[in-house]
Design a protein around this ligand. Structure first.
Ligand code: MG
Length: 422
């Protein structure tokens, strides 16, 4: 009981009117992959479309509204989707084209708004607070939407409200290809009749739990005491309860192309052993890729750095389509290293960086992947979560460990298996 009473007061301060009004705009391209495909081939207009891995073992990454009518959804096996919608055109995803169009839209939005967060390849938040004095935010939002459509040729929906959560739900209600405003004071009323599934935080598991309690609309959640939801869902319950009331103070975080993750390694003894360097950089590339997936991030730029014994440093970078998949990233990292290595000069340090990060949408890794490959990634990542980043490496990475033992770097084991035997 004491636990519950302690948290009883938690959400209440947030319910008070803070007097601070935010205007948050959410923008979401409609069936983005499908729209880009239709832009490239207008014959696909109005047709049921399935995009993803095209083999029987592939997975649906995205599908058109026409295909959704047949019960198809993303994440489903391509085989099942084809069976449910035999007349659908099946297209293997083209991440290069989608990344390019994503960049086009990013530029348009970023130029227009004071603070822009690119939350995924096809989704943005903008903080328009304070713009009211000069323009109406709602008018501005609709004009921005029109501009994106005109300049990119892609349909996009937008939602304007006082928080990220309500703005995103508003976009969902506006879809397809429309705009929706939920003004201050009407957030709760707007949310009330909607399914709890519309709350951005509610995933399949939470949805089931709440449904089992007989909760299906947000209104029911709104009318429940917060401590009850907390008892069932723990800390998440409080957050979900707040969202059900339209309360979300999370800020719009500016998207920065330099946002990156990186790792580097200095050798105790300078080396010219190319095989060893390749094995080590492979392990680094895989571990960073895992960190991307764990953070639900994609990268669009790979940089490899080499510092030589004379302290001169060279680096090379390559723009790539958004990905978080080892089999896309590793060959690029190895290729960049290959180009940087000067066989006769000893190497002091190597490093890898993934930048231009955006959140969300692991579907983009599904285009050429079989269900097995997707499951393999998931299984490897689960082990990594459970036993530490360095518990899984591929055979080529293991070589580095052996080599590392024979020629210890920095007096210790190489980084890739550091936790395994501790
Ligand atoms: Mg979208």
């Amino acid at each position: 009981m004491s636990d519950v009473s302690k948290t009883l007061h938690l959400p209440k301060p947030a319910l008070r009117n803070s007097g601070w009004q935010r205007s948050i705009l959410h923008l979401d391209l409609d069936t983005f992959f499908v729209s880009v495909e239709r832009q490239m081939d207008s014959r696909l207009e109005g047709q049921p479309l399935l995009i993803g891995g095209t083999g029987d073992r592939g997975v649906v990454a995205s599908c058109s509204y026409e295909a959704r009518k047949f019960g198809v959804h993303s994440g489903m096996s391509m085989k099942m989707a084809r069976a449910m919608c035999p007349e659908a055109t099946v297209i293997r995803g083209n991440s290069m084209a989608y990344s390019k169009q994503s960049d086009v839209v990013t530029e348009i939005v970023r130029e227009a708004v004071p603070v822009c967060e690119k939350s995924s390849i096809d989704e943005f938040y903008a903080d328009l607070s304070g713009m009211d004095r000069f323009f109406g935010c709602w008018q501005f939002s609709r004009e921005l939407r029109e501009r994106v459509i005109q300049e990119s040729g892609l349909p996009i929906s937008v939602g304007l409200s006082t928080s990220k959560t309500v703005a995103k739900v508003a976009t969902g209600e506006a879809k397809p290809n429309n705009a929706r405003q939920v003004s201050r004071g009407t957030e709760r009323h707007f949310l009330a009749p909607l399914s709890i599934r519309k709350i951005p935080m509610v995933g399949a598991e939470t949805y089931r739990t709440l449904r089992n309690l007989g909760i299906s609309t947000i209104l029911t959640l709104q009318n429940m005491p917060v401590e009850l939801i907390q008892q069932v869902l723990g800390k998440n319950g409080v957050a979900i309860w707040k969202k059900a009331h339209g309360l979300d103070e999370s800020p719009v975080v500016a998207y920065n192309e330099r946002k990156s993750i990186s790792t580097e390694r200095t050798f105790a003894k300078d080396t010219t052993d190319g095989e060893k360097l390749h094995a080590i950089i492979l392990a680094m590339a895989e571990n960073l890729a895992f960190q991307l997936r764990r953070g639900d991030k994609l990268t669009a730029c790979v940089t490899v750095k080499v510092r030589y014994a004379d302290f001169s440093t060279k680096s090379m970078q390559r723009r790539i389509p958004y990905t978080a998949a080892d089999h896309h990233l590793v060959p690029i990292v190895k290729d960049l290293l290959e180009q940087l290595l000067n066989k006769r000069v000893r190497v002091r340090l190597i490093g890898v960086r993934y930048s231009h990060l955006v959140g969300g949408g692991c579907q983009i890794n599904l285009f050429d992947d079989t269900e097995e490959r997707v499951k393999l990634y998931q299984a490897l990542d689960r082990i990594r979560v459970q036993y530490g980043d360095r518990s899984v490496v591929r055979a080529a990475g293991l070589e580095a460990r052996t080599i590392g033992r024979a020629n210890p770097f920095n007096g210790g084991p190489p980084p890739l298996l550091a936790h395994r035997h501790q």
